[in-house]
Design a protein around this ligand. Sequence first.
Ligand SMILES: [Zn+2]
Length: 115
Amino acid sequence: MPRTSAASAKKLTERRKELVALLEDADRQLAELRHLRESLHDDDEHDPDGVSLSSEWSRLEGLRQSRLEAVAEIDAAAARLDRGEYGICSVCGKPIAAARLDARPGATECIDHAR
Ligand SMILES: [Zn+2]
């Protein structure tokens, strides 16, 4: 039985909600870290924690960035759904396997053409 677009829309909405929650989580952790950094600012250079704080900062920034991109991917998928193009490979125009869309709702290529 073919997947209905209503079911796909629901799945995209749910995934987006999860991703936004994760994004907010990363934002919160970054804010805490910023606060911590500011409180240590005076002796930053002598603080042995300075280095680990910096690497934690990079890690969180990377996490935040990838989550932002994931939300954008879901938004793009929702736009394709509105146009009736959702779940169609952008390379060959064939349907993308349901299992692949389950794993990655924002996929734009079939498994053969995945980047
Ligand atoms: Zn394809």
